[in-house]
Design a protein around this ligand. Sequence first.
Ligand SMILES: NC(=O)c1ccc[n+]([C@@H]2O[C@H](COP(=O)([O-])OP(=O)(O)OC[C@H]3O[C@@H](n4cnc5c(N)ncnc54)[C@H](OP(=O)(O)O)[C@@H]3O)[C@@H](O)[C@H]2O)c1
Length: 347
Amino acid sequence: MAFNVAVVGATGNVGREMLSILAERAFPVAKVHAVASERSAGAEVSFGETTILKVEDLDRFDFKGIDIALFSPGAKVSAVHAPRAAKAGAIVIDNTSQFRMDKDVPLVVPEVNPQAIAMMEKRGIIANPNCSTIQMVVALKPLHDIARVKRVVVATYQSVSGAGREAMDELFTQTRGIYVNDPMKHERFTKQIAFNCIPHIDIFMDEGSTKEEWKMAAETRKILDGDIAVTATCVRVPVFIGHAEAVNVEFERPISDTEARNALKAAPGVIVIDHRNDEGYVTPAEAAGEDAVYVSRIRRDPTVPHGLNLWVVADNLRKGAALNAVQIAEVLARDHLAAGQRRRSAG
Ligand SMILES: NC(=O)c1ccc[n+]([C@@H]2O[C@H](COP(=O)([O-])OP(=O)(O)OC[C@H]3O[C@@H](n4cnc5c(N)ncnc54)[C@H](OP(=O)(O)O)[C@@H]3O)[C@@H](O)[C@H]2O)c1
């Protein structure tokens, strides 16, 4: 069985990655549509090594006959067009923050809560979590199963690609500009990002956290366990691709660093690289282009009864966004749509 797929936001960082991962993993497509704004209608994007797709304008795009629509055009655009696609019979997998906390929309990381996908029946929409949340819950899940996570204190080191194509250009332009004495301009970031770190991702909330920090807490509870306390500090760093996280975890029950290392080694989607030497840990530059969530620096936190520290790194455009979305599509295709392509006939 093959599926008609639309990739909405196909010219962006996440959309391009979705097209390449669909091709790499040989997702069973009948036809793929690349969709973006009117600005890029008619432009060309690659699907795999040999296929070129012409970009179609979202405002004019008819979702009738589309089985799966992978969305990453920004929250405001998804708010309008994802329900329109679902109404036409497509199942939407949305990468934006628009529907993540909607109680009728499942928020899914396939290694953690694939069973939640069944809940998509209600609105025809499945939400992909925030990039920082995804890599953290993939690492926490096997540890939670053994010793129950009670509290997490996390500091993130997030790459500029998490803020889109133009943000990557801004880091490049500022970095070059510093060497040739060009005046410093910042548009996508609140301050200079080249040779700097910015503890401000998304808007400030009333109690002083940023929305990115709030998302990590709220999304972790929705995906993994409603009782877990999470406090985050999210920082943008001058790295192009790959997010890193220093994660301190407090557990209800005892867990040694050896037990944690063994559980993580056996967990789906995780690769443990953890040796106490110069090569014994993974950095964002090494994780870029890779599918796994890498866990390094696993060690006991002696300041609490049952505590561990971890260093967690992943490619934010792949596992943090596009790969996770395609993995959801794979479960959907295998377990939910294959038996009669329900939504299409319902539409
Ligand atoms: N980057 C990440 O790590 C990451 C992770 C998780 C979630 N997300 C979310 O995914 C979304 C996209 O991120 P990105 O990094 O891919 O951004 P991006 O590189 O800036 O790309 C944005 C895409 O959305 C399209 N778009 C913008 N306005 C549109 C409109 N009015 N109608 C149709 N298409 C429109 C753009 O098309 P044009 O070329 O025509 O402008 C482009 O294809 C954001 O909501 C982001 O929060 C990103």
